[in-house]
Design a protein around this ligand. Structure first.
Ligand SMILES: NC(=O)C1=CN([C@@H]2O[C@H](COP(=O)(O)OP(=O)(O)OC[C@H]3O[C@@H](n4cnc5c(N)ncnc54)[C@H](O)[C@@H]3O)[C@@H](O)[C@H]2O)C=CC1
Ligand SMILES: O=C(O)/C=C/C=C(\O)C(=O)O
Length: 484
């Protein structure tokens, strides 16, 4: 049985208090997790500060870059261990984790190692009142100790998406993985020690949010900035904690993302695209589609085709290569998703497919499984259409005109992502400009160039990460003005 300890100053720290980590595919016990208290969080923050002021802070950029590349190699060498850890933690199918989560875990270090060596600086020459000249130039300093609070849906991917740029910019980190998925953040500690990252640069504290490691970390005065991915309400709590001491935050929060299919779209590609954006990772992707709008002439045909897709998924042991649909992350999360399945039924939705729990057999019968689900017939005011469910489900609504669909798509407090399917390039560009989201994919979904700005509008977040945009959060810009 696994023993997930805190990783503080390069050491594995047990605490007197543990909680269970279970595999959501069959609810079997994977291991015990050592919950960090205030003392462990204090120790982690102190270690991070000491590393910043000591060996890490004095490294040359090229030495940091070499270490980041060594981390990439370290993940690649132990790819199968990361894969197994992620699958047991989340229940996600091997075919997904092996193509998405683990490769991106490594890529997130590589992209920022490459970026930090090549990023240009800013400079302005100026005339001075005495008739002379002065030169301004900007230097970027690391922000300091970064608190990294992570969710459970893409544990390694989302954690390294923050740790990669943080370390590339010369910061040190204290990571608080989700209580549901402690494994890969812990395993990464072994890589850090193996490749010689100085102790204290990367620390991991385990636990929950309120009155546990999450709150202790975000409230800690020794933390200089906090980056978080997760639910909008949690983002608000973290921003409140960060206000004390005026610490900056980078928040990537919830969504209720629209998928828009015009009648002129390549039909098969649109069906495959919306099937992916709705059901991939069992619907547990913040960018996923839960509201689908289909232009009326193809509405019935589209609903039937998406239903056929939803019913073709193969559920089973996530380690089997042909399985493409896993359980939800936990029985607790299943309760939330099923409560929306129930709500939809009570509100009179037409259940096109799914709406319940599949009949799994053997040990899998104890897992957090739900059926992929499609509804039609609800009014746009329904909570099923307005609130983030974070499950493998969508509601499909017909529309007639471009203006109408833009209005419906934007009628939400969120603004994370959209996916639009059309062959009319002009319409595509108009939608790209009119949709109030941080990320708009046309004839695609979750197609990621890691140099681009990533983040949400309105209640979907604050700030952008990715490429040079990450520097805004992970560095402090200083201007030096030299009178010549
Ligand atoms: N990527 C995303 O956008 C995600 C969205 N969600 C949404 O959030 C809902 C709830 O799931 P949770 O796991 O409870 O998400 P959450 O957003 O509450 O938890 C994410 C992380 O924040 C930590 N946390 C929670 N409260 C905190 C606090 N007050 N201070 C510091 N850290 C805190 C948790 O321990 C975890 O590490 C889901 O049903 C889903 O709708 C969940 C996971 C990912
Ligand atoms: O590609 C990324 O960097 C992130 C993708 C997904 C999320 O942010 C999420 O599901 O929270």
């Amino acid at each position: 049985m696994a023993d997930f300890r805190n990783f503080i100053n390069g050491q594995w720290i047990a605490t007197g208090k543990t909680f269970e980590n279970r595999n959501p595919a069959d609810n079997s016990l994977v291991g015990m997790v050592h919950e960090a208290g205030q003392a462990e969080v204090d120790a982690a923050v102190q270690a991070a500060r000491a590393a910043l002021q000591g060996p890490w802070g004095s490294l040359k950029v090229q030495q940091r870059v070499d270490l980041l590349h060594a981390i990439v190699d370290g993940i690649d060498k132990r790819f199968d261990e990361f894969l197994e850890a992620e699958i047991k933690d989340t229940g996600k199918p091997r075919r997904l984790a092996s193509h998405l989560d683990i490769p991106r875990g490594a890529a997130n270090f590589k992209i920022f190692a490459d970026l930090i060596r090549n990023v240009p600086g800013e400079s302005f020459g100026m005339d001075t009142p005495d008739g002379g000249r002065a030169l301004n130039y900007a230097v970027r300093a690391p922000r300091g100790v970064i608190g990294v609070i992570c969710p459970w849906n893409l544990p390694l991917l989302l954690m390294t998406w923050k740790v990669g740029p943080a370390l590339a910019c010369g910061n040190t980190v204290v990571v608080k993985p989700s209580e549901d998925t402690p494994a890969t953040a812990t395993l990464l500690g072994e890589i850090m020690n193996d490749v010689g990252v100085p102790h204290g640069v990367y620390n991991v504290v385990h636990g929950f949010g309120p009155e546990s490691a999450g709150e202790y970390l975000t409230a800690h005065p020794g933390v200089d900035g906090i980056t978080f991915t997760g639910e909008t309400r949690t983002g608000e709590a973290i921003m409140t904690a960060a206000a004390k001491g005026l610490r900056p935050v980078s928040l990537e929060l919830g969504g209720k993302n629209p998928g828009i299919v015009f009648a002129d779209a390549d039909f098969d590609k649109a069906v495959a695209g919306i099937a992916r954006s709705t059901f991939e990772n069992t619907g547990q992707v913040c960018l996923g589609t839960e509201r689908v709008y289909v232009q009326r002439p193809i509405f019935e045909r589209f609903v039937a085709a998406l239903k056929a897709r939803a019913e073709s998924f193969r559920m089973g042991d996530p380690f089997d290569d042909d399985v493409d649909f896993g359980p939800l992350v936990s029985l607790k999360h299943r309760e939330k998703v099923l409560s929306y399945y129930e709500k939809a039924r009570k509100e009179g939705a037409t259940v096109v497919t799914g709406g319940g729990v599949p009949g799994m057999t053997g040990p899998l019968a104890d897992g957090a499984w739900v059926q992929p689900t499609i509804w039609t017939g609800l009014p746009e005011t329904s909570p099923v259409i307005r609130e983030e469910i974070f499950g493998p489900c969508c509601h499909i609504q017909p529309f007639d005109t471009e203006d109408e669909v833009i209005r419906m798509a934007n009628e939400t407090p969120y603004g994370l992502a959209a996916t639009v399917w059309t062959q009319d390039l002009s319409a595509a560009h108009r939608l790209g400009a009119a949709l109030n989201v941080g990320l708009c994919w046309i004839n695609s979904w979750f197609l990621r160039d890691l140099r681009t700005a990533f983040g949400g509008a309105r209640q979907s977040g604050i700030g952008r990460e990715g490429g040079v945009h990450s520097l805004e959060f992970y560095t402090e810009m200083r201007n030096v003005c030299v009178k010549l």
